[in-house]
Design a binder for this molecule. Structure first.
Ligand code: UDP
Ligand code: MG
Length: 249
């Protein structure tokens, strides 16, 4: 991972921190017996950023260019909330309205099931077939316990795409989205709570991955197209690095 992240950092003038720790992590095998998906076959890119930063919008575009499967943790939770006979509907609704993080077991199980379904169904396309796949995991992990458990037990993530912008920009985007989204958390009261959770609970996750040299941070204040150019460049580097690695191994 170290040379790859260096390349991405160079391309985008980003910094890669704590190279020593990164090197140490490389000594350990990528796959542990406990992981559900083999991370040498399955690429997981976490997509993070505050509420309204544009994660979903950018993911939709990345799917088209790179043949990712896009999994939004929030969308999966909302689908479960509305599923008939779900025992978690009310619980999920309460957490979402309060801008709190749903207990990780639920979210991780939903992600795992969706990944398994995609790997079974999608067997053609670039990066797919014979157990291989590429996933954009959007809006997850938002809390340290989720990050550690997913990396350890589901599949080790390759990269974090981190979209940053100001609270003011995010608030305007969310209020605009709220006019049509029908989401029960796109109102000023819930938005404020989501901002607090983001700062207090999600920022430590970003710091954790920054220490591992895995974060590509992208200023998301500009237009959708301008932001996408940067996001696309990062992903191109990711796959270029992976391809050359697997060729030399
Ligand atoms: N959520 C959660 N765990 C996650 C992801 C989302 O509990 O791993 C909940 C949380 O309450 C969050 C809400 O789902 O505020 C909406 O998340 P979504 O990603 O849809 O919001 P966005 O970031 O797109 O505004
Ligand atoms: Mg979203």
């Amino acid at each position: 991972m170290a040379p790859l992240m260096e390349k991405i950092a160079e391309a985008l003038h980003l910094k890669s921190h704590h190279k020593e720790k990164e090197a140490k992590a490389e000594e350990h095998p990528a796959v542990t017996a406990k992981q559900v998906f083999d991370s040498s076959k399955v690429t997981v890119v976490f997509v993070l950023g505050g509420p309204g930063a544009g994660k979903g919008t950018q993911c939709d575009k990345l799917v088209q260019e790179f043949d990712f499967c896009h999994l939004s943790a929030g969308d999966l939770l909302r689908a479960e909330q509305h599923r008939e006979n779900s025992e978690y509907g009310e619980l999920i609704s309460t957490y979402i309205k309060e801008g709190q993080i749903v207990p990780m077991e639920i979210t991780i199980k939903l992600l795992e099931n969706a990944m398994r379904a995609a790997l079974e169904e999608k067997t053609t396309g670039e990066g797919w077939g014979e157990g291989r796949g590429r996933f954009l995991v959007d809006g997850f992990p938002r809390k340290m316990d989720q990050a550690l458990k997913f990396d350890e037990e589901v599949s080790k993530s390759s990269l974090v795409l981190f979209f940053t912008t100001t609270e003011e920009v995010m608030l305007q985007r969310l209020l605009k989205r709220g006019e049509t989204s029908g989401r029960e958390d796109d109102n000023e009261e819930s938005i404020k709570k989501r901002f607090r959770t983001y700062k207090e609970t999600t920022m430590p996750v970003i710091e954790h991955y920054t220490k591992q040299g895995k974060v590509a941070s992208i200023d998301a204040s500009a237009s959708v197209e301008e932001v996408y150019e940067k996001a696309s460049a990062v992903i191109k580097e990711l796959f270029a690095g992976q391809l050359s690695r697997s060729v030399t191994v």
